[in-house]
Write a protein that binds this ligand. Sequence first.
Ligand code: AMP
Length: 187
Amino acid sequence: MNIILFGPPGAGKGTQAKYLVEKLNGYQISTGDILRDEIKNDTDIGKKILNNMNEGKFVSDEIVNNLLKNHVFDPNKKQKLIFDGYPRSLSQAKNLDILLNSSNQKIDYIFFLNVNKETIVERIKRRKVLEKRTDDDLDTILKRYDTYLETTRPVLDYYSKNSNFHEIDGTMEIDQITSKIETFLNV
Ligand code: AMP
């Protein structure tokens, strides 16, 4: 099955995605990780996106959509995709529908991990100490949260009427969120 984990930065999408990869034998499609790899490997794309990423701004749809395509069309990953950090805008959501349609796939579950701003700031401050991400300083966190409200949150209207959409309280403990997800998935 294909799953979207949706929510603000710091909602716990990556944590739950890693769990689902193990449980379902799936593939985590974290556009953030894919983009960070481009920077780490110092590719042409990596050089182009470095500033945007560090400033907490979106990378262009063209770049992200292109990188995503390889994963969606990978036959090994078919119907085993766990999206974490994509889609992040209405145009990305529509692009994903097109890619999935053209590869005879669909989204089976969308989980919205809903978390308030205060919790996000606290979590990302802790993550900065652990992971040393350059986009996890306070100014950038706040900018990323504003971008989420402006550009990403409207995607909820696109999905929330679907019967496969489920909102989960993302302020709960990690294993409580996991067990909510498991209940919906019936695994
Ligand atoms: P994340 O690891 O999901 O928090 O993403 C880290 C950063 O990568 C974001 O702040 C953006 O700069 C970039 N990024 C990740 N996913 C996307 C996306 N779907 N569209 C545009 N930029 C993205």
